[in-house]
Design a binder for this molecule. Structure first.
Ligand code: V0V
Length: 140
């Protein structure tokens, strides 16, 4: 069903500070950075070595952001686990058949034009699971 770990998402308060930490302490390179208003986030994708898996640093764009709510409740730290898929439409249909709740009826726009959806954490053992179908012209 899933082909790779696409990224692990980490909620941070200050994106620039977090990017500097990952660059300076871990030597990671930033592959991409953008603001996604629909998701309420400023985000940066940090490459883990030469793999295509990333750490996604997520800072809230405003106080209504899901990331602001997450930090208020839990503090900073791991917010989500994202698996890469080939066809998000097929994978979502299969997961629905298996009784899992997806957050969106149709995929939304994610990093670099990817298509994304989420499994509700209450149906996934307390883990917010994101599904990512990358944009072929995007990062990977
Ligand atoms: C909430 N819960 C979580 C959680 N967020 N559990 C594990 N991991 C998380 N991140 C639990 C929470 O502890 C509650 O459990 C319950 O779910 C309801 O939480 P809530 O605080 O009342 O929050 P809600 O229901 O308002 O919102 C939770 C959901 C929301 C997951 C529905 O965060 C959401 O829509 N997330 C998807 C979008 C997103 O995260 N966007 C930002 C990343 P108890 O206390 O009732 O037991 S954007 C992104 O990843 C992009 C652009 C990309 O990758 O391309």
């Amino acid at each position: 069903l899933f082909t790779h770990i696409d990224h692990v998402g980490i909620a941070v308060r200050d994106l620039d500070e977090a990017i500097s930490f990952y660059e300076e302490k871990y030597g990671m390179k930033m592959l991409h950075r953008e603001e996604n208003e629909e998701q309420g986030v400023a985000e940066a994708m940090m490459a883990v070595g030469d793999s295509t898996s990333c750490i996604q640093l997520l800072a809230p764009l405003n106080e209504k952001s899901t990331i602001a709510k997450f930090i208020e409740k839990n503090g900073v730290g791991i917010q989500q686990m994202a698996y890469r898929v080939e066809s998000i439409d097929e994978v979502c249909a299969t997961l629905k058949e298996r009784g899992l709740r997806l957050l969106y009826p149709e995929p939304k726009r994610g990093t670099a034009g990817s298509r994304i959806n989420f499994i509700h954490p209450k149906d996934a053992g307390g883990v917010l699971v994101e599904l990512v179908e990358p944009n072929p012209e995007g990062m990977h």
